[in-house]
Write a protein that binds this ligand. Structure first.
Ligand SMILES: CC(=O)SCCNC(=O)CCNC(=O)[C@H](O)C(C)(C)COP(=O)(O)OP(=O)(O)OC[C@H]1O[C@@H](n2cnc3c(N)ncnc32)[C@H](O)[C@@H]1OP(=O)(O)O
Length: 406
């Protein structure tokens, strides 16, 4: 195992594609992946001249509760050749990667898992969830808030103008929810890349903005997919991204999606669990909402990670943390914080709560409550009242969400 060399990227990426069981990636997308790859943060495992293992990470910054950013390694491109599995190659890459991330001073690692069962053994846990929905728009109505009619809806045809409008809205949303990722160069284009091979018969990706008083106040990117089974028009609107600055702009975009002729379904693939449309619909059951794990987080440096976020209520607790895979985190940590910020340092004081680094990861962005983890037997209260205090402090106003896939 060693750090990848730029000249090896092609065969490394091809082996990764095979590990994922996929066919060739469209050239436009592949070129962008090459541009965003940090070769110096990429690991390659070789058997002779054959690449058999890969792992990489992006130097992201992720929003934490309170609206600040924490430096986080966005772990990605993990694969082991089918001929070389279950021999410890992934384990050796995770060992090296977490040691590197620690040396780079990034307190957190985060990833989207192909399968949620893989990464717990390395100290990751689910830190945010997403919802998917298949909304029967023939039957499900919307109640629109005041001001919706004042919002203008406009399709932006020019790709450059659409991207600029979208990115302006996106950037303003980054502090709004834990789990959001500040854009790195090229990632804007990766979100909008739209090769014909990926459409599977659907339309191109359409960009529509909401505007009020000449200012862009929201945007949505979606495709439409026609369906004329039995001559009945029952097409589908496939929503990729939807952001808005205010309720009226948000509702105006929803009304647009609901009202597209010859369609009867709006499909949402990745929305926050507290997405407000759920409170505007006439029949939530016909929206077929499903909850799925989303961002998995690992606290690489417990002290720095916990100090990087703020806390909803004042908290002063000693955490007894176990971390077999990254033993430098094992021990007692005093966490003191409130809405303005926090400090977290090793201590010899008696512990108030006992938990592993995985429970801290699950609670880190406010997506899972410490009280729920305690009810599952995963957090132990050692001082009466400490659990209630920490449970309240770790919550987040808005649910964490990861619309920026990587
Ligand atoms: C962030 C991302 O990129 S997610 C993408 C992950 N990649 C993929 O899903 C591509 C397809 N799969 C693969 O390439 C490989 O099977 C990998 C990367 C998941 C695992 O690689 P391996 O080298 O076989 O893993 P390794 O031998 O180190 O296994 C370590 C442990 O994880 C377990 N494990 C491995 N894969 C899985 C899995 N998919 N689900 C559950 N457990 C798993 C092993 O059984 C082993 O357990 P043990 O320690 O109790 O014996």
């Amino acid at each position: 195992m060693r750090v990848l060399r730029p000249s090896e990227w092609n065969e490394w990426f091809e082996a990764l594609g095979l590990a994922f069981g996929g066919g060739a990636m469209p050239a436009a997308k592949r070129d962008l992946y090459r541009e965003v790859t940090h070769v110096d943060r990429s690991l390659a495992v070789w058997d002779g001249t054959e690449p058999v293992g890969s792992a990489s990470s992006f130097p992201f910054s992720i929003t934490v509760p309170g609206g600040g950013l924490v430096r986080a390694a966005g772990v990605t491109m993990v694969g082991v050749a089918s001929t070389h599995r279950r021999r410890g190659i992934l384990t050796s890459m995770m060992r090296r990667q977490l040691d590197d991330v620690r040396a780079w001073g990034e307190p957190v690692a985060a990833l989207y898992a192909s399968e949620p069962g893989i990464y717990g053994r390395f100290g990751y846990d689910t830190a945010s969830h997403l919802i998917r929905a298949e909304i029967d728009t023939d039957r499900v109505g919307l109640t629109l808030p005041e001001g919706t009619d004042a919002v203008r809806i406009r399709r932006v045809r020019d790709a450059g103008a659409a991207l600029a409008a979208f990115e302006e809205v996106y950037a303003a949303q980054v502090p709004a929810r834990p789990g959001m990722i500040a854009r790195l160069p090229h990632w804007d284009r990766l979100g909008a890349v739209d090769p014909v091979e990926d459409r599977a018969g659907a339309s191109e990706l359409l960009s529509v903005v909401a505007e009020r008083d000449g200012r862009v106040t929201g945007c949505v990117r979606y495709r439409t997919r026609a369906d004329w089974t039995d001559s009945v028009p029952q097409g589908r609107v496939e929503v990729r991204d939807l952001f808005a600055h205010d309720p009226a702009s948000y509702a105006a975009l929803l009304r647009h999606l609901w009202g597209i002729d010859l369609t009867s379904t709006v499909q949402m693939e990745n929305r926050p669990v507290d997405d407000p449309w759920q409170l505007l619909v006439s029949d939530i059951r016909r929206c077929r909402v499903r909850v799925v794990d989303s961002l998995h987080v690992r606290l690489v440096d417990v002290g720095a990670a916990l100090a990087a976020r703020s806390y909803a209520t004042p908290v002063d607790v000693v955490l007894e943390v176990s971390d077999p895979f990254c033993p430098w985190n094992t021990g007692r940590w005093r966490l003191s914080g409130d809405t303005k910020g926090a400090a977290c340092a090793p201590t010899r004081d008696a512990a108030d709560l006992s938990l592993s680094v995985r429970e801290l990861a699950a609670a880190y962005l406010g997506g899972t409550r410490l009280g729920t983890l305690a009810a599952a037997g995963r957090v132990r209260e050692l001082r009466e009242g400490a659990l209630a205090d920490a449970d309240a402090a770790f919550t987040s106003g808005a649910a964490p969400w990861g619309p920026h896939m990587f």
